[in-house]
Ligand binder design. Structure first.
Ligand SMILES: *[C@@H]1O[C@H](CO)[C@@H](O)[C@H](O)[C@H]1NC(C)=O
Ligand SMILES: *[C@@H]1O[C@H](CO)[C@@H](O)[C@H](O)[C@H]1NC(C)=O
Ligand SMILES: *[C@@H]1O[C@H](CO)[C@@H](O)[C@H](O)[C@H]1NC(C)=O
Ligand SMILES: *[C@@H]1O[C@H](CO)[C@@H](O)[C@H](O)[C@H]1NC(C)=O
Ligand SMILES: *[C@@H]1O[C@H](CO)[C@@H](O)[C@H](O)[C@H]1NC(C)=O
Length: 340
């Protein structure tokens, strides 16, 4: 650009004709205007793109979106017949393969125990919690083959009459590092995806902080627990109110949201369903959507796990005033209101 201008300038010096000089100036002005126009347009488009993404997420987080309906990609992909050495199948039913994609402290442990109470579901827990299984793409594919070929025996593995087999995969366990290859694998084997997410990331943050506090404090008889099975235990654990660092709060929430959003984008083309923890708490009947999604008979599902943090957020946070003030003017103010 600079050279270009320089050239023009030289040109002007040499030909001193006033008429030509004016024409060149006009041309230059026109050129600048055009370039500026292109620049403005491209920034505008970029801005629009970001805004669109944000709207999409808010849509996901606030309203009951159409994603809550089952999305069928291929009507035959999930009909997968499987013979196994370690599993005795009681029927010749097709085995459905699924994965629960979630984030820590989103209630997915509770959700999985609910699923495992179904006589035909076998969900194998957080198998990629073990680092060696997610070391690289080969170990990931190897582990996926193991679990979906029913050769991975875990404590939650059922031997009788499973018609759907799966596991829980946290977004920070290698999943987001190889989205393309994993997507290919899911398509090839017909794996259905259950997104299990939290609408309110602020509550998730409280749970993360309380859980990490308990790792050291070990409130329940000197033993650290992530989930509890009685109201007394829940009450004891919820007495600790975390102090939230308001300096980093907005960016923390933003990070959480964008990871969830990215996962939804990456795995959008799979056959999937989106379940929100909050919706399930309010309406346990939503579980039938999951049963239908997996094409299993509807049953009453139950879990022994008990919710730890209850009531309004203001009662669960030590520096509530600060938090309320920090978020009230931001897009995250919606997190302050919702109670359950
Ligand atoms: C992946 O990790 C395994 C286990 O450490 C190793 O044996 C293998 O060579 C690695 N593969 C690649 C492609 O890096
Ligand atoms: C579910 O399990 C029951 C008994 O455990 C069995 O009779 C039934 O066939 C299974 N259903 C499917 C769809 O496999
Ligand atoms: C909040 O986090 C920032 C950045 O990590 C840190 O510099 C600051 O000391 C923290 N504030 C408190 C009160 O912990
Ligand atoms: C998922 O795909 C649908 C249809 O192709 C599209 O409308 C939607 O915006 C996508 N969602 C995400 C989160 O990318
Ligand atoms: C949060 O702050 C707003 C003012 O910004 C106030 O009206 C509201 O009552 C506060 N909420 C709680 C639960 O303290």
């Amino acid at each position: 650009m600079a050279e270009f201008v320089h050239l023009f300038y030289k040109c002007i010096i040499i030909r001193t004709s006033r008429k030509k000089y004016l024409r060149v100036i006009k041309l230059l002005v026109l050129l600048c205007a055009m370039l500026y126009g292109v620049y403005v347009y491209s920034t505008y488009m970029k801005h629009i793109h970001i805004e669109k993404k944000r709207e999409l997420l808010e849509f996901q987080v606030i309203t009951t979106s159409h994603y809550n309906n089952v999305v069928y990609q291929s009507p035959i992909a999930h009909l997968y017949h499987q013979k196994s050495k370690t599993f005795k199948r009681c029927t010749r039913n097709p085995m459905r393969l699924f994965v629960i994609m979630s984030m820590q402290r989103s209630g997915s442990g509770w959700f999985e125990t609910l699923l495992n109470s179904h006589m035909n579901i076998s969900s194998n827990g957080e198998i990629f919690g073990q680092k060696n299984r997610r070391q690289n793409l080969s170990t990931i594919i190897y582990t996926l083959d193991k679990v979906y070929n029913m050769e991975l025996v875990t404590s939650s593995t059922k031997n009788d009459c499973s018609a759907a087999i799966g596991f829980k995969w946290m977004l920070n366990q290698g999943l987001m590092e190889h989205p393309k290859e994993i997507l290919d694998y899911f398509a090839k084997r017909g794996v259905s995806v259950i997104f299990f997410l939290r609408r309110n990331m602020m509550r998730r943050l409280v749970s993360i902080l309380a859980n990490s506090f308990d790792k050291n404090a070990k409130v329940l008889n000197g033993i650290h627990v992530s989930h509890v099975h009685s109201h007394e235990e829940a009450l004891k654990l919820s007495r600790f109110k975390p102090t939230i660092n308001v300096t980093t709060l907005e960016s923390e929430l933003g990070k959480m949201e964008s990871i969830a959003m990215k996962a939804l984008e990456y795995f959008n083309s799979t056959r999937h369903i989106i379940m929100y923890y909050e919706d399930l708490i309010k309406n346990p009947n939503k579980l039938t959507q999951v049963e239908d999604f997996l094409k299993l008979p509807r049953m009453k599902l139950s879990s022994h796990q008990v919710k730890i943090h209850k009531g309004p957020l203001s009662e669960n946070i030590n520096n509530w005033e600060d938090v309320n003030r920090t978020l009230s003017g931001t897009t995250y103010k919606r997190y302050l209101r919702t109670d359950y």
